[in-house]
Design a binder for this molecule. Structure first.
Ligand SMILES: Nc1nc2c(ncn2[C@@H]2O[C@H](COP(=O)(O)OP(=O)(O)OP(=O)(O)O)[C@@H](O)[C@H]2O)c(=O)[nH]1
Ligand SMILES: [Mg+2]
Length: 362
């Protein structure tokens, strides 16, 4: 009866009371259904998938405060082997927006699933199966995007990448500097011009940066590189110049956006062979956007530029002289979910890089 009513957590509650363990298992074909993805395509949640996740959230937010506290989250995950490993690796919930109490908000919950699906759709399929998405298969919760061009982000050490991530998620950042060692990833929806929304995935790779630059396959996952430097530090830009020189064959194919951070501090002449404005001009790219972590509108402008670069890669690819093209709106699947005011479209992933060698100098 409980199974028919979709009350999987109750069934598991009963089984656990009687000391059944996880070895009572679902068939592999059900947990890991076949799902083909073309190269250069990525996987996203379908409207049905989003709707299921919204309903799940609402069902388990028992106190109706718009956030899942630890107990509510644990209850939700009872039918599963626990919070996905991928979530633990991305330091969930620091990867998403939480409410004031630090509980997972609906906005953050959906962003986390969006991130999961982008990074490893098999985890999404597996968990939706545990959570009772569909008695036949969880594949209806997903969709494959059209093959797309590449996109991604990277920057000079100590230039303010982590602060940017913090601001993106929480609207504040810390004055205390601590270098990023382990990669940090976060996802959140942003509003574009005209009110459309999109999920932006930002990643700062920490010490993994050199390894990523040597891994073409990993590089392909990313949409835009955002090169960040500190406009108040005369040594900062040269780092980007050298890095781009060293890896030019890989980096030249990828849409790029240059950003000068810490615009609130005095701008210094960069001690590099070429000044940033000339460097970007020679690559037929926009001049570096001057951003200060405290100016929220300038930040928003940056996030929009990143999405534009992903949507119209030819306008943002180094060395490509092209007429500005209209972003491929076909690719932007604009969906409105029933029962919620959230509109969705393709996710854009952006990586922020730094070199461990350089950081020890910084
Ligand atoms: N004045 C000013 N300081 C900033 C701004 N953004 C970041 N900072 C400070 O700059 C320092 C470095 O910031 P992080 O965000 O940690 O830099 P990072 O690029 O992530 O550094 P690594 O991870 O070591 O490469 C911190 O002390 C921040 O508080 C800004 O817009 N203005
Ligand atoms: Mg950092």
């Amino acid at each position: 009866m409980y199974a028919e009513n979709g009350r999987h957590e109750t069934i598991w509650g009963i089984l656990r009371t009687f000391h059944y363990t996880d070895s009572l298992s679902l068939s592999d074909r059900f947990i890991f259904p076949k799902f083909d993805v073309n190269t250069n395509s990525s996987v996203e949640l379908s409207p049905t998938g989003y709707r299921f996740l919204v309903d799940l959230f609402l069902k388990f937010d028992k106190d109706n405060d718009g956030g899942l506290n630890e107990e509510e989250l644990n209850n939700l995950f009872i039918p599963t082997p626990g919070i996905p490993r991928l979530w633990q690796e991305s330091q969930f919930p620091s990867s998403i927006v939480c409410n004031e109490e630090g509980y997972v908000s609906l906005q953050g919950w959906l962003a986390q699933w969006n991130l999961t699906t982008f990074l490893d759709h098999k985890t999404t399929l597996e968990y939706l199966a545990y959570l009772g998405f569909d008695e036949d298969s969880s594949v209806k919760a997903l969709k494959v995007t059209k093959p797309r061009k590449l996109r991604q982000k990277q920057g000079a050490p100590k230039s303010g990448k982590t602060s940017l991530l913090e601001l993106f998620l929480r609207g504040t950042y810390s004055d205390v500097y601590s270098p990023t060692i382990k990669p940090r990833i976060c996802a959140k929806d942003i509003e574009l011009r005209g009110g459309k929304q999109c999920y932006l995935i930002l990643e700062e790779l920490g010490e993994l940066e050199p390894a990523i630059l040597e891994n073409k396959k990993k590089l392909d996952q990313c949409d835009v590189i955002c090169y960040t430097y500190d406009s108040s530090d005369p040594e900062s830009f040269q780092y980007l110049v050298e890095l781009r020189e060293k890896y030019s064959s890989l980096l030249d194919d990828i849409p790029s956006v240059f950003v000068a951070l810490k615009a609130d501090l005095d701008k210094q002449q960069q001690r590099s062979d070429v000044q940033p404005e000339n460097y970007t001009r020679d690559l037929f790219l926009n001049s570096p956007l001057h951003i200060c972590s405290a100016w929220t509108t300038s930040l928003h402008e940056l996030f929009i530029q990143l999405v534009d670069a992903a949507k119209g890669p030819s306008t943002a690819t180094p060395g490509l002289e092209t007429e500005p093209e209209t972003p491929d709106l076909e690719n932007i699947k604009h969906l409105v979910m029933a029962g919620s005011a959230i509109t969705l479209m393709a996710a854009v992933s952006v990586w922020i890089w730094r070199s461990s060698v350089q950081s020890s100098r910084a």
